[in-house]
Design a protein around this ligand. Sequence first.
Ligand SMILES: Cc1ncc(COP(=O)(O)O)c(C=O)c1O
Length: 282
Amino acid sequence: MIVYLDGDFLRQEEAKISVADRGFIFGDGIYEVIRVVNGNFFREKEHLDRLKEGLEGLKIDFDPSEKAKIPEVSRELLKKNNQLTGEATVYLQITRGAAWPRTHTFPEPTVKPTLYISTDTFIPHTELHEKGVDVITLSDVRWKRCNLKTIQLLPNILAKQKAAEAGVNSAVMIRDGVITESPNANIFAVRDGVLYTFPASNYILNGITRQTVIELADKLQIPLKETPIREEELYDLDELFFTGTTTDIQPIIEINGRRLADGKPGQVVKKIRKAYNERMYG
Ligand SMILES: Cc1ncc(COP(=O)(O)O)c(C=O)c1O
């Protein structure tokens, strides 16, 4: 496996980060995950735009000419890893860079941010998409800047672990009595033929898949409201599903041990999944 680190293509075991890197010390950085199908980057511009927004949000001064090279470098990396055919993912991470002594404030003078890129082969979770998954509800204890895709993912990790220990696939997170998202995906609900999802704001990551589903709903003439679902409405919904770059479109069929509707993926999620797959696989 070859990875890219600060200008070099290296074997993964040879790639080394400084212990002074602020990604390691503080979780001071951002990341992106992009799906690749036969060498084609799905929604590349949207992912790179979100990366730019993240850099701005964290005030990481990343050289625009370096940023412009990311797509080309990622393609080169996929090629080196023989992943230009079939399915793959590209993982991009930028941290504020290595700086010593350890201070919370940004390094003075500014240091060069660290750019790391890796790729991996990818197998879609088709069985879960067809059968649906079970979830638990958990309190959303994250900070109030969830719109930034930072590498500091501890609340998400702890929530996913709790779900795993409960023997379920994932969690539906609740803040102030409403459903926000899952630790690694956005959530859509269906009630009386209308799609609902939490509005794009600082309380969720505005997923690229979420944005694609909103576009597809418009094309399919499925009415959509960016209005949160209340916790007490959860069990009366007709359908509920996750969306995400590696999650794809994943129906939720059981919540806290209670079956949702008839316990099978509903018609709306099936329609959206079909349209999404057509969009991705062309
Ligand atoms: C917290 C969170 N919400 C939503 C998503 C879905 O975003 P996207 O569709 O861009 O992958 C992710 C993906 O990693 C995530 O971590």
